[in-house]
Write a protein that binds this ligand. Structure first.
Ligand code: HH2
Length: 256
């Protein structure tokens, strides 16, 4: 899954693809590099991000969804039901739902749905990284949401542990380490580590090199964690840099 952030403020590529022509060029590059899905988002969910108005989010995403839908499977990365419905009407086939609450949109339209674990809004989530049993809580939350969606009639359901969403670096590494437990639920698992800040910390880079890993240069750690996720059973990884991730995923997939 290639990330297409049509936003001014996403944490690693804000502003780069806000212009629809630039967004389409970038999407086509990711398709050429092997992306099976392009994930179009018009609202950043980085820690501390402020919500975007409905009209503005629609203005950002719809032209891009419309143009790409005949070329590739498009997913719409949103927390707003009206954005999800409009994007599906414009051709999106997957609702990438970081709020894990929009399954009815998928049920009504016969499209796929991703339930991601995000226990608090981006604006406040940095202070909400508290768990008694991280793995158990994330797994049962996702399995519960997936079952609800299945009962509502959604046929294609993905679950995603929400790496970086109300989680410390050690939470993120622990979820990756035990990803097989989430995979064991039987639902296909999507994982997004790409360029996230936990990869720049001491566990991600050797001591002394952390400063050399700004968001746009966390490539090695992204590739390593994506390959790890595939080896642990993830069925899809969400990345900004498609070519190296496709190579890592196919090598890891061949050997697992
Ligand atoms: N991560 C981000 C956004 N959407 N969706 C899923 N399913 N899983 C993820 O891990 C995930 C996601 C955050 O990354 P990005 O889109 O690059 O940043 P921003 O939210 O700042 O636009």
């Amino acid at each position: 899954m290639g990330v297409l952030n049509v936003t001014p403020d996403s944490f690693s590529d804000g502003g780069l693809w806000l212009d629809p022509d630039a967004a389409l060029r970038h999407a086509r590059q990711m398709i050429a590099e092997g992306a099976d899905v392009i994930d179009v988002g018009g609202e950043s969910t980085r820690p501390g991000a402020q919500p975007v108005e409905l009209a503005e989010e629609l203005r950002r995403v719809l032209p891009v969804v419309e143009a790409l839908s005949s070329e590739v499977t498009v997913s719409i990365d949103t927390r707003k039901e009206r954005v999800a419905r409009a994007a599906v009407a414009a051709g999106a086939r997957l609702v990438n739902d970081v709020s894990a609450s929009l399954w009815q949109v998928a049920a009504d339209n016969g499209c796929g749905w991703v339930a991601m674990h995000m226990p608090a809004d981006p604006a406040v989530m940095a202070s909400k990284a508290n768990y008694d049993d991280l793995l158990g809580e994330v797994t049962s939350y996702l399995a519960d949401r997936a079952e609800t969606a299945r009962r509502a009639g959604v046929e294609e359901i993905w679950i995603d542990p929400g790496i970086g969403f109300a989680k410390t670096a050690s939470h993120n590494f622990s979820l990756l380490k035990h990803l097989d437990r989430i995979v064991a639920t039987g639902w296909p698992v999507l994982v997004g580590t790409s360029r996230k800040s936990f990869l720049a910390g001491p566990s991600g880079y050797p001591a002394g090199l952390e400063g050399a890993a700004p968001a746009r240069d966390r490539l090695e750690a992204t590739v390593a964690t994506s390959a790890w996720a595939i080896l642990k059973g993830a069925a899809m990884v969400r990345v900004h840099d498609v070519a190296p991730a496709v190579m890592a995923a196919s090598l890891a997939g061949t050997r697992s």
